[in-house]
Design a protein around this ligand. Structure first.
Ligand code: NAD
Ligand code: DGY
Length: 324
C-alpha cells in the first residue's frame, strides 16, 4: 500500500503529480490562508509523511500523528522543528538547502539598496505628492558601492551575498562565523574578523545565521551600540536572532542609520509593531525565498526528500542534527 502523505500548503501541479506517483496525498486546499497548528493536528490523521511549509513540528503535533515517519520541510531553516521530539520518535526530518541561495541573496541586496537609498520612503513621498515640494538633501541616502559589508554567518547564503557585494558593488567584505572559512576567504577575497570588529567597522551588517540556542538575541543593545551611527543593519535570518525591542529603540533614537528586515520575533508582524511607524526601516513579510520558481524548486526537493525517506532510501538533505 502506498504511504499516506499530508501536504500542508498548496504545491504546484508538477510537485503534486510527482508525489501522487508514490503516495496517497491529501493537501491543504485553502490558498487564502496558511493552515493553523490546530488544523494541521486535526487533519494529519494517519499520514506517514508530512510536507511542511513552516509549520511548527511540536510534541503536540507529533502525538496527533501516531503513524508519522518523515517530515519534509519546504525551507532550509528548521528551527521550528522540535528535534528532540523527532529523535525520540525516530522521525526522519529533511530540509531544502542550496536551491534558494541565489534568490535569498538577491533579496538581501534589495534590502541593502532600499535601506541605503531610502527607496520605500521616497516611493511613498512620490505617491503622496511630496515631490512637488522638491527633494532636499535631508532625503539623500548612502552609497552601497565601495562600502564595507560585514556578514555574520558565512554559510551557503552568506557566500552568495558576499559574491554579489564584492563583484557587483565593489564592496569590502568581512565576515564573522562560528568557524573560519579559509577556502571562502581565498575564493571570494573576504576577511575574517571577530564579531565586535565586524560590528564596529562595517557600513552594512547582514545577519545570516540559523536560529539556535546560541544565536537567539545574538544582536541586542550592546551590539547595536558598537555599530557606526551611519550603519545599516539587515536581518534575513530569523527574527529571534535579534532583540527586537533593542532594535526598535536603536532605530527610534537614530543610533544607527537604518534597517532592512525580512524576519521578526513574531510573524506575521502585528500592525501595532513600532517598527512599522519608523521611516528608517524597510520591512518585508518573510519573502526571502519567495519567487515562483524557487518556491517550486524547494517544494520539488522537499517532495523528493520525502519519497526517499518513506521508501527507505537516504534522502539528499536530512537535517544535520538528525543524521545517524
Ligand atoms: N528570510 C528568508 O526567507 C530566509 C531564507 C532562507 C534562509 N533563511 C535563514 O537563513 C539561515 C541560513 O541559511 P544558510 O543556508 O546560509 O545556512 P548555512 O548553515 O549554510 O549557514 C549558516 C552559517 O552560520 C554559521 N553559524 C551558525 N551558528 C553561528 C554562531 N553562533 N555564530 C556565528 N556563526 C554561526 C554557520 O557556521 C554557517 O556558516 C537559515 O537557517 C534560515 O534561518 C531565511
Ligand atoms: O528557511 C527558509 O527556507 C525560509 O525562511 C523560508 O522559505
Amino acid at each position: 500500500m502506498r504511504p499516506k502523505v499530508y501536504i500542508s500548503s498548496k504545491v504546484s501541479d508538477e510537485v503534486k503529480a510527482y508525489l501522487d506517483q508514490y503516495c496517497e496525498c491529501e493537501m491543504w486546499q485553502n490558498p487564502e490562508r496558511a493552515i493553523t497548528g490546530q488544523e494541521l493536528a486535526e487533519q494529519i490523521g494517519d499520514a506517514e509523511g508530512l510536507i511542511a511549509a513552516g509549520n511548527a513540528i511540536s510534541e503536540r503535533l507529533l502525538s496527533a500523528a501516531p503513524k508519522l515517519r518523515a517530515v519534509s520541510n519546504i525551507s532550509v531553516g528548521y528551527n521550528h522543528n522540535d528535534l528532540d521530539a523527532m529523535k525520540k520518535r525516530g522521525i526522519i526530518g529533511t530540509h531544502t538547502p542550496y536551491v534558494l541561495d541565489d534568490t535569498v541573496a538577491d533579496l538581501t541586496l534589495a534590502l541593502m539598496l532600499a535601506a541605503a537609498r531610502r527607496v520605500t520612503e521616497l516611493h511613498n513621498l512620490v505617491r503622496g505628492g511630496g515631490w512637488q515640494r522638491g527633494v532636499g538633501e535631508q532625503l539623500f541616502g548612502l552609497d552601497v558601492h565601495h562600502a564595507k559589508l560585514g556578514i555574520i554567518g558565512m554559510g551557503r547564503i552568506g557566500e552568495k551575498i558576499a559574491k554579489r557585494a564584492k563583484f557587483g558593488f565593489d564592496m569590502e567584505v568581512s565576515y564573522y562565523n562560528r568557524s573560519r572559512k579559509p577556502d571562502t576567504e581565498e575564493r571570494l577575497g573576504v576577511n575574517y574578523l571577530p564579531l565586535n570588529d565586524v560590528l564596529e567597522q562595517s557600513d552594512f551588517i547582514v545577519l545570516m545565521t540559523p536560529l539556535t540556542a546560541e544565536t537567539k538575541h545574538m544582536i541586542g543593545e550592546e551590539q547595536f551600540n558598537r555599530m557606526k551611527r551611519s550603519a545599516i543593519f539587515i536581518n534575513v535570518s530569523r527574527g529571534e536572532t535579534v532583540d527586537e525591542a533593542a532594535l526598535i529603540e536603536t532605530l527610534r533614537s537614530k543610533r544607527i542609520y537604518a534597517a532592512g528586515l525580512d524576519v521578526y520575533e513574531k510573524e506575521p508582524v502585528s500592525p501595532d509593531n513600532p517598527l512599522l511607524q519608523l521611516d528608517n526601516v524597510v520591512t518585508l513579510p518573510h519573502i526571502g525565498s519567495a519567487t515562483k520558481k524557487t518556491r517550486d524548486d524547494m517544494a520539488m526537493l522537499a517532495a523528493r526528500n520525502l519519497v526517499d525517506a518513506l521508501y527507505g532510501r537516504e534522502p539528499q538533505y536530512v537535517i544535520p542534527e538528525l543524521k545517524n
